[in-house]
Design a protein around this ligand. Structure first.
Ligand code: SAH
Length: 462
């Protein structure tokens, strides 16, 4: 790169024209080729920008005034959009959000995976891209002797009061406030993060979208929860749909929300939900997709890409509580699921029984270790489905896929960069990516989910 000095200085105010967007949704404007990232600016816009940070190859600016507006700009619906930071794209039309996510996927495939000739379909969006989340986790703090439940201000741990969160299910939203008032009345001490004192750390509420079941989780620093009875009574009275009230104990100084120990205070250990006619029991600590409406579309695509006729043996790596496994089991001969969290595997087994499915087996372990072992046992899958966390698949897992030589691989991904990296590996080892379908699971935020179909070269249909 050039050794020249950046063309701007800190605190300088400049006129800038925006030509692009980053994956986080920041506007990009260039001065003599030097990019400046500016939150809340959109491509096609012009504005006055104050330079706030200057690095060697790029800088950051703050938008002071817009002199030319994009027709895609919309007024953010949320009152606290800028302070919160939970959403990044509320200032652009939903149409533009979907276009931007599509570009994010094609860019990653091209730049990281060197994949340019694979169809990436238009992003499947939502008809109503609000109020979609079925789970809320809100930190609790103290204010003027009372309890405040809100969100952390961007890049800080200051809790800001929040009336409503527009991407949350309305019931969840109301529930958090109800529980806050009940806890406050009962005299529960809020957790003080700095001093590591007090009791109530977070309030979590999860709703079954189809069943309307509600689970309330009180995450506390101490095992002891004073005025337990009063709290339980209060919640039961205020929330007729509550099916489960649970305490999770997290005694550590940590940013991780939940601790190891979960105790049922009242009702069941689970709530239920349904996706595509399959019923799932969900416990407090298990992973469950947060947008069930879009999850159904995603899983149906995964099922379509698996092209099952009923005779196939399928592996679902990273299976969680068995959601995808059970979707596939409807049309496969046998499905093997593997997952590293033991509680999730217990849930998966329970879910198989709940739906009367006896052609699924679940195993606890790291997929990258269990798969080679399965191979050694002579397991020969026709289809392998992977749905890894953001860091993507372990290379050992990809090697195991290559060794097992399935006809098809279905890759569900929440991170286009690691997806592109892993597709490249598979492309270099005898597989071919056929198509990629992005799905908007998280409207108003910069995240995008994808499902991809990959086939073994030489396989019919490849
Ligand atoms: N397919 C499920 C879960 C996807 S989330 C669903 O759609 O609901 C990814 C899952 O991978 C999580 O449940 C996580 O616990 C699990 N996981 C993370 N690392 C793993 C590993 N090395 N081996 C197996 N599972 C893993």
């Amino acid at each position: 790169m050039a050794k020249t000095k950046p063309p701007v200085e800190k605190n300088q105010i400049i006129e800038l024209e925006f030509s692009d967007l980053t994956h986080e949704g920041n506007g990009v404007g260039k001065i003599d080729g030097y990019p400046l990232f500016v939150p809340y600016a959109l491509p096609g816009e012009k504005g006055k920008v104050k330079v706030v940070k200057v690095k060697k190859n790029f800088g950051y600016g703050r938008l002071m005034e817009l002199t030319e507006e994009s027709p895609e700009r919309v007024k953010p619906e949320c009152e606290v959009y800028r302070q919160c930071g939970g959403c990044q794209l509320q200032h652009m039309s939903y149409h533009m959000q979907l276009e931007m996510k599509h570009k994010q996927v094609t860019d990653a495939l091209r730049k990281i995976g060197h994949i340019t000739d694979v169809p990436v379909h238009p992003v499947i969006g939502m008809d109503e891209p609000w109020r979609y989340r079925n789970k809320v986790q809100i930190p609790v703090g103290e204010r003027e002797g009372g309890l405040v439940a809100g969100f952390y201000q961007k890049r800080s741990h200051r809790i800001i009061d929040m009336n409503t969160c527009l991407i949350q299910d309305e019931d969840n939203d109301r529930m958090v406030e109800t529980v806050r008032i009940i806890a406050e009345k009962a005299g529960i001490q809020p957790y003080d993060e700095e001093k590591h004192r007090g009791v109530l750390r977070h309030i979590m509420v999860r709703t079954g979208q189809k069943t309307k079941d509600i689970m309330v989780v009180l995450i506390t620093r101490t095992r002891d929860l004073p005025h337990k009875r009063k709290i339980i009574e209060g919640i039961r009275k205020a929330v007729p749909n509550v099916k489960s009230i649970v305490q999770n104990v997290n005694p550590k100084r940590t940013n991780v929300i939940m601790g190891e120990e979960t105790r049922v205070l009242w009702g069941d250990e689970y709530i239920y939900d349904e996706i595509g006619g399959i019923r799932f029991a969900i416990s407090a600590r298990s992973f469950y997709q947060v947008n069930p409406t879009q999850t159904e579309k995603l899983y149906n695509k995964a099922l379509e890409y698996a092209r099952l006729s009923g005779d196939e043996t399928v592996i679902d790596a990273y299976c969680g509580i068995g959601t995808i496994s059970l979707f596939l089991a409807q049309r496969a001969k046998k499905v093997y699921g593997v997952e590293v969290v033991p509680e999730a595997v217990d849930d998966a087994k329970r879910n198989a029984r709940l739906n009367g499915m006896d052609n699924v087996e679940f195993f606890v372990g790291e997929a990258e270790k269990v798969m080679p072992w399965w191979k050694a046992q002579g397991l020969r899958p026709d289809v392998i489905v992977v749905d890894p966390p953001r860091k993507g698949c372990d290379e050992k897992l990809l090697e195991a896929i290559v060794d097992m030589q399935p006809d098809r691989v279905v890759y569900v991904s929440c991170n286009p960069s690691t997806l592109a990296r892993d597709l490249k590996f598979l492309e270099e080892h005898g597989f071919e990516t056929k198509e990629v379908q992005p799905v908007d699971m998280f409207p108003q935020t910069s995240h995008v989910e994808c499902v991809s179909q990959i086939v073994r070269k030489g396989e019919a249909g490849s």
